[in-house]
Write a protein that binds this ligand. Sequence first.
Ligand code: R2B
Ligand code: URA
Length: 349
Amino acid sequence: MPAREEPWQAGVGGRAWPLLTLGAAQSTGGRVSPSADSGGAAMTETTSYSGNGLVLVKNPHLDLMEEDVLYHLDLGTKTHNLPAMFGDIKFVCVGGSPNRMRAFAQFMQRELGLAAAGEDVADICAGSDRYAMYRAGPVLSISHGMGIPSISIMLHELIKLLHHAKCRDVTIIRIGTSGGLGIEAGSVVITDTAVDSSFRPRFEQVVLGDVVVRSTELDKDLAEELLACSRDIPDFPTLIGHTMCTYDFYEGQGRLDGALCSFSSEKKLEYLRRAYEAGVRNIEMESSAFAALCRLCGLKAAVVCVTLLDRLEGDQIRASHEVLWEYQQRPQRLIAAFIRKRLGLTRTD
Ligand code: R2B
Ligand code: URA
């Protein structure tokens, strides 16, 4: 029996939208039981994109709205000329912390030869203290906060923004931090697929009380392109692997050091080793919602996270601020190299 159908799957405009189907054992009367599946193998998906490079919003109500207020970004279709402000954006980089995304925009300005070192960038969303947004040439740098609810709100408004601005051929990349699994701290993981805490390649969104299941596969060609760029940066290991996305940093990631913990150290290690066996190489808190939303809206997307520790060795993040700061530069350096390459820029410094 198919999972609850997304409204746009009814074939709006004759286009074939992504279609998710589940095996009979996984769904119950159109309502998917979150615990019904253990392997995820029965889920199949067919995807076809519109092909014109535009961002797809799949909401018929939007066309009927006289004005679209992007509340959390403090932007809107009547108050701002979105095509003039953003129409030429080609790369969107998102990350948890506003300060890190500001530093990334400044870094990109230098990398693209647009400004001198240390030159400030203005927060485009200064009227809202929820998210921060900066621009460096064709690159938009936006913070998304921590966790799925926070990144989801930002992504809905960002995707509508790219749609209203008529942006074409946008590549979107989440750069962030994570806990590693069986790999050296400071490694950079490029996600091929985000998986849930049962290692299934799916994201469950509750819509009007029904669980809608969405695929969390990321763009394979983009992941390979990023891996190829990493070969020019030999100072840290970069690899492709699955990323486990959780709803919590402590119990949800099997930590022994939260305010609550009901499991033994042995149980924790057994779980993390199973995750490793399933192909998981790092753990963070946003990739599944990010992968699912971007995929459905026709955005080529990647997740590139540095690991701050090896979770098979411990739970607490004990590296010094200097070491952590340098680790956080690593995904930024890789993305800068990727964007420069895409833009055909060669190094002169
Ligand atoms: C990585 O780091 C944050 C938790 O410390 C969270 O946002 C994530 O995904
Ligand atoms: N972010 C996470 O979500 N988990 C970690 O272990 C480290 C950073």
